[in-house]
Write a protein that binds this ligand. Structure first.
Ligand SMILES: Nc1ncnc2c1ncn2[C@@H]1O[C@H](COP(=O)(O)OP(=O)(O)OP(=O)(O)O)[C@@H](O)[C@H]1O
Length: 262
């Protein structure tokens, strides 16, 4: 496996001055349940996610990937440990301050879209601007609509759209504020190969050219191969990483996690 750290953490070797960190966690821990039935969904995770990089998180079902990205986005509170977005420690923030950071600095693409059913696609997309008192940006809206191919869906409500169309609206909503960090749970899960490739190519370019950071959970080795780095997650811990991944290298990494001989 290329670049597999084989360690329980994946810290960046570059100094913060050379490669500013978009996201950092230390000792991040979240358990569900208690006593004998307790599940350590995220178990003392230390992460350094550099700015301007598309990072994929892969691992077996139930390994804690969704819990991890929810904690990194401040959508859920950890039992212990810290998360910084840039220099701001979100785990030290009160709910109101955290909501502000989430609205302006962090974008999130949920597994189940979380679109407002009573609102059109257009209103769903611009909602984060309205909620956060940010100015409308018609040119950026047009660019996102063009990139995601949802021009004909703009006046439709979510229940009038396919899963893939709803997914693309949810991606536009996450990007409309031009957030520094985008966290995405299976962002291409409902898209066909062509639409997936377009979305991933756009996310990679916006990382490279706008210094945006994207952390996406995916089960798809081809989607992961668009990333600059793949974190392999198992049993609530970072079990290794693959740098400059190809689909084959990602599959080899996952096989190594599962103890499969190749
Ligand atoms: N709200 C919850 N209450 C109890 N247990 C939970 C809850 N959410 C997650 N878990 C458990 O925590 C562990 C990690 O779940 P999580 O959804 O983070 O994994 P995942 O890697 O994202 O899985 P998948 O790939 O199937 O989406 C699992 O054992 C899951 O059953």
């Amino acid at each position: 496996m290329k670049g597999n750290s084989g360690e329980s953490s994946a810290t960046s070797a570059a100094s913060p001055a050379e490669s500013p960190l978009a996201l950092r966690s230390r000792g991040l821990t979240k358990a569900y349940g208690s006593g004998a039935s307790a599940v350590m969904a995220v178990d003392h995770v230390d992460l350094d996610i550099p700015a301007g990089v598309l990072t994929a998180v892969m691992g077996p079902s139930g390994s804690g990937k969704t819990t991890l990205v929810h904690l990194l986005a401040g959508l859920d509170r950890p039992d212990s440990g810290q998360v910084w977005v840039g220099d701001d420690e979100i785990t030290a923030m009160k709910d109101k301050q955290l909501a502000k950071v989430r609205g302006r600095i962090v974008g999130f693409v949920f597994q189940g879209f979380n679109l407002m059913q009573t609102m059109s696609a257009r209103d769903n997309i611009v909602l984060p601007l309205r909620l956060n008192g940010l100015p409308q940006d018609p040119e950026w809206l047009d660019a996102l609509v063009e990139m995601l191919g949802i021009g004909r869906e703009l006046e439709r409500r979510p229940y009038e759209m396919s899963g893939g169309q709803q997914q693309r609206v949810a991606i536009a909503r996450a990007l409309i504020t031009r957030p520094r960090v985008v966290l995405a749970d299976e962002p291409t899960g409902n898209l066909d190969t062509h639409a997936s490739a377009e979305v991933l190519a756009h996310l990679r370019v916006s990382c490279r050219e706008l210094g945006q950071s994207v952390v996406m959970v995916t089960h798809d080795p081809t989607a992961a191969s668009y990333a600059g780095r793949v974190l392999l997650f198992a049993d609530g811990k970072v079990a290794g990483h693959v740098t400059d991944p190809t689909p084959d290298a990602v599959l080899a990494g996952l096989d190594a996690l599962a103890g499969v001989e190749r």
